[in-house]
Write a protein of this length. Structure first.
Lengths: 108, 895
């Protein structure tokens, strides 16, 4: 059974976003997820920042201050090696969760 | 890694917080930018962004919580805020720390004492393997028992030394005192007679020099060498070279051959030895050779079990060889009448891993009881602190509600309150530990013990556990309550509501009631012990100890020949009688209640010697009865005309006459005293009858005593014991007597004491119980008082509005007071009812410690309850009266 259940989904989304975009600030992550999921998933700021800071404490992401395209100063996050490993294992877990949930739903 | 990073980020909190704030601000700004780009006005864009974002302070708090070292940093800040809070209300902190320190300190001190007396093993190799070899319980030995410990004679010990199946070795020891002075005030060192392999069996290696071997302990060893203790070495030689030096013991030079390690105090817990010599040196160091006597019970025997052997096997073996041992050790000095009893005696073995101890027998029950009492005090302390904390939390409810409303987590609030109680209980624990050191030292000094306290991990764990437990007990209830407060409700009710909420007070009420109940138990037992002590102290001893000096004088250095000793004793007594201030003086070999005793079997002349009774004896000079003010009922005192040539005579007490069925006038009756070591059986005529007096202990009454005339003794020793009734203060008299004795000869050594003091000293365990339980009882009452006062004044504050309304509607002041007071009376009533039940339970455990009153003494219980009720009601009267003085206008306007 996958240990990281549905609640780990937010971490997975953030990690995946960063792996796809390379480096991004919090606001950008929210926008990206919203756009890619076609408005199906809206990450709340109240959950995003605690999660980002927790990941930073765990050493999965690192951050630096830089200027955005529109001239604003922002804190940019990018994956570390530990973060990429974490993402790999989370993706595998997620696949198992989906498979498991699917199996339950299909049970007749 | 993550943890390391968290620790590294400690102390950078403000920087981290600024950064988070900047990040979130920028996020909002980008959001606003986008909204405006989508066509919103600036106001609309900002409102929309704020709505999405929620409470910025709460948000920042949540992000910070992730950053700030998962509690490490905030724990520190909780701690700091606790210190800050404590500094703003030092009174509260002081009360909490002081009560905790008292509770924890008292518990630790008594635990330390119990640990030293009851629990600790001997500081020797594998103490678990040690067994004590002794006579079975109830063996009727005749002769001289010179030790408080189970003992055998030297002939029996020699058998045990040679046949020790199941034991890898056996060893014998006896406590003694060696004189170290050469006249004047007597000085003694604590001595040990030990068998050759004593140290080897215990596994004690020398600190310096060597310890004895079996070669040192051979018959006729003469001057054998001495092994001294580390403490004595430090005290006498200041740690300088002592090996090869000569010590004067009983006026004989003995060479020091070794020093024992610092932690070795001997085998008897509570005693310390200074000098040990082999058993074979006894005839050389003392005037009387007791090595071949079967009436001298002085050697205690321990053995070490062989691996794989159990104590039970050894006991069974001893049981089997007992007949052989006793048959082969019977010497001609044993009283003929008791030979059958002697041959029927049995030996056995019992565990001795923690040594033997008189302390254990004397103090084990009182100490256990005191630990129980101290534990109760700690419980009361906790209950008191819990209600104090609750009251404080209630007062801060509004503060808590505000914190909750602006986004503090519940866990954070719990930690805040817990941090405060943790701080207070640690401070209390530390103060308690310091207090315990002083207290236990004072206790040991009070009991005249020599005990070493080692601060070991068990004690440390005990202390730490104690502090944390109290912290949890009194902090958690308050913390949970604080976190459960609904912020809206707390803010709405504001300062005070219309009526008191039932729930909170119910719990506080239960705390106070249980405090009252426990206090009653403590107060009751304190009163019982005090009363018992008073009974013991005022019990009619049958003689008057006040104003009597005991004099012990040793003149062995003068080498008075045996046939002149009685005359020399008489001369000393006459000189003492003519000393200024002396009213009466008499010599005796037994000082009543002095710890020593002498008993023999007696029977009435003409009756068969099988109808025997045991009686106590004293050998006294004329004037003994007038010196102690013992009334003579009929007949006469001894006189100077009674000599060794006249027929044997005795003065007996009424208990003696009763026990032997001699009726009201026993004068002229004759009885036999059994044959002893020094005399054949003697026929003795009764010449006087005196009132009963105590002999062994105040707790025993009706002890039969036969007084013999010391002038008729033929084997006078070279020392004398005199009881002097004086008109002067005892100090002055002692100085005068010192002068007198010195005048007779500078070689006489002597010792003085007050008879009353000596008797008081024998009550030290009882006094300890009464003093400490009285102290704890008083403490408990004060705590109960403050507890009830606190709850009542809290209630009054809480119900001020209600009281105001009642008064505005016409309630009288007296009925308001009554209303508040009835609540206190109800709590008190419940507490007293429960306490009475508990007291009666506790009383049955106390029975053996009491004297002269029943453990369930109803008068004492009623007295304790009344005292407690009176004091606590007085305490709750103040808030009740304050309730009646509430100004209705003010209280309503404040709403």
């Amino acid at each position: 059974m996958a240990k990281n259940d549905l609640q780990g989904a937010l971490d997975l989304l953030i990690l995946k976003t960063l792996s796809q975009l390379g480096s991004m600030h919090g606001y950008g992550i929210v926008l990206h997820i919203r756009r890619v999921s076609e408005e199906l998933l809206i990450v709340e700021e109240g959950s995003l920042y605690p999660a980002l800071h927790r990941m930073q404490q765990n050493g999965w992401v690192r951050a630096k201050w830089a200027i955005t395209d529109y001239g604003r100063k922002a804190k940019w996050y990018e994956l570390t090696r530990a973060g990429r490993e974490q993402l790999a294992s989370r993706e595998k877990n997620w696949a198992q969760v989906v498979q498991g949930v699917d199996a339950v739903l299909r049970f007749a | 890694m993550a943890l390391l990073r968290r620790i590294l980020s400690l102390g950078r909190r403000s920087k981290v917080e600024r950064e988070i704030e900047a990040e979130l601000r920028e996020h909002r700004a980008m959001c606003i930018d986008d909204n405006m780009a989508a066509g919103m006005s600036r106001e609309e864009a900002e409102r929309e962004a704020r709505k999405r974002f929620g409470n910025p302070a709460a948000m920042r708090e949540r992000v910070t919580a992730e950053d700030a070292a998962l509690g490490l940093e905030s724990l520190w800040s909780d701690f700091r805020s606790a210190v800050r809070i404590s500094r703003t209300s030092p009174g509260f902190a002081l009360v909490v720390v002081a009560t905790l320190a008292l509770g924890i300190g008292a518990n630790t001190a008594i635990f330390e004492l119990i640990d030293a007396v009851l629990l600790q093993s001997l500081p020797v190799q594998n103490p678990k393997q040690l067994v004590q070899l002794r006579l079975t319980e109830g063996a009727q030995t005749r002769g001289n028992n010179s030790t408080p410990y189970p003992a055998v004679t030297n002939p029996i010990w020699e058998k045990l030394r040679d046949d020790h199946e199941g034991l890898s070795g056996t060893a014998a020891w006896a406590e003694t005192a060696f004189s170290r002075d050469s006249g004047g005030d007597a000085r003694f060192v604590s001595g040990l007679y030990v068998s050759g392999v004593f140290f080897r069996v215990l596994g004690v290696r020398p600190f310096a020099g060597r310890v004895f071997t079996s070669a040192d302990d051979q018959p006729g060893c003469g001057s054998p060498g001495a092994v001294i203790s580390y403490g004595f070495w430090q005290q006498e030689f200041g740690g300088r070279q002592a090996l090869g030096q000569k010590l004067m013991l009983n006026n004989k030079p003995v060479e020091i051959v070794g020093v024992t390690p610092a932690n070795f105090f001997g085998v008897a817990v509570g005693d310390n030895f200074d000098v040990a010599v082999p058993i074979c040196a006894q005839p050389w160091l003392e005037t009387k050779n007791i090595l071949n006597a079967s009436t001298q019970w002085w050697l205690s025997v321990i053995g070490r079990l062989e691996p794989g052997c159990s104590g039970r096997q050894v006991a069974a073996h001893l049981d089997a060889i007992s007949p052989g041992i006793f048959a082969s050790t019977l010497r001609p000095d044993y009283p003929r009448e008791s030979i059958r009893d002697y041959l029927a005696m049995k030996l056995t073995a019992e565990p001795a891993s923690s040594g033997v101890s008189m302390l254990r027998e004397t103090y084990s029950d009182p100490l256990r009881f005191l630990l129980g009492i101290a534990g109760l005090v700690l419980l009361i302390t906790c209950a008191n602190l819990a209600s104090l904390m609750l009251a404080r939390t209630a007062a801060r409810e509004r503060d808590m509600a505000v914190r909750l409303a602006v986004g503090a987590g519940r866990w954070r609030l719990i930690r805040l309150v817990l941090g405060e109680s943790l701080l207070l209980s640690l401070a209390g624990g530390l103060c308690g530990a310091a207090l315990a050191q002083g207290l236990s030292r004072a206790l040991v000094a009070y009991l005249h013990l020599s005990l070493g306290f080692t601060l070991d991990w068990r004690l440390f764990a005990f202390l730490l556990g104690m502090s944390l437990l109290t912290c949890l007990l009194f902090g958690l209830a308050a913390a949970l309550r604080a976190s459960r407060t609904a912020p809206g409700a707390a803010l709405k009710t504001g300062g005070r509501g219309m009526t008191a909420s039932r729930g909170g007070l119910g719990f506080r009420g239960a705390l106070v009631a249980s405090q009252v109940a426990l206090s009653l138990v403590l107060l009751f037992s304190a009163l019982l012990f005090t009363e018992s002590l008073r009974n013991l102290m005022t019990d009619d001893l049958g003689f008057e100890a006040k104003g009597v000096v005991t004099v012990w004088a040793d003149f062995s250095r003068l080498h008075v020949p045996a046939n002149r000793r009685a005359a020399f004793q008489q001369e000393l007594l006459d000189r003492i009688r003519s000393t200024p201030g002396v009213e009466k003086a008499a010599s005796t070999n037994i000082v009543p209640l002095g710890g020593s005793g002498w008993d023999n079997t007696v029977w009435i002349d003409g009756h068969d010697s099988t109808q025997r009774e045991i009686s106590n004896f004293s050998s006294v000079s004329p004037d003994y009865f007038s010196a102690l003010r013992i009334p003579i009922v009929s007949g006469r005192d001894f006189s100077s005309q009674d000599t060794g040539q006249s027929p044997r005579m005795a003065v007996v007490n009424e208990a003696f006459a009763r026990k032997l069925g001699l009726g009201a006038n026993p004068i002229g009756a004759r009885f036999w005293r059994e044959a002893t070591t020094s005399y054949p059986a003697q026929l003795i005529e009764i010449v006087g009858l005196v009132k009963d007096t105590k002999y062994h202990s105040i707790r025993r009454s009706d002890e039969p005593i036969a007084y013999l005339a010391s002038a008729q003794d033929t084997d006078a020793e070279s020392n004398i014991q005199v009881l002097v009734r004086t008109r002067d203060p005892l100090d002055t008299e002692e100085e005068a007597l010192r002068h007198t004795l010195h005048e007779v000869s500078a070689a006489i050594s002597f010792q003085f004491g007050g008879l009353e003091d000596q008797i008081q000293q024998s009550l030290v365990a009882e006094r300890l119980l009464a003093t400490l339980s009285g102290f704890f009882g008083g403490l408990a009452v004060i705590l109960a008082m403050t507890g009830l006062y606190g709850v009542m004044s809290y209630t009054v504050t809480e119900r001020t509005t209600e009281i105001g309304i009642r008064m505005a509607l016409g309630a009288r002041r007296t009925s308001i007071t009554g209303m508040v007071l009835s609540k206190a009376i109800m709590l008190l009533g419940i507490g007293l009812a429960i306490g009475t039940g508990l007291s009666l339970l506790a009383a049955s455990a106390m029975a053996s410690l009491l004297f002269g009153l029943k453990p369930r003494d109803p008068a004492t219980l009623v007295g304790a309850a009344a005292l407690l009720a009176g004091v606590t009601l007085a305490a709750s009267l103040i808030p009740s009266l304050r309730a009646a003085n509430v100004n209705p206008i003010d209280s309503l306007r404040a709403e």
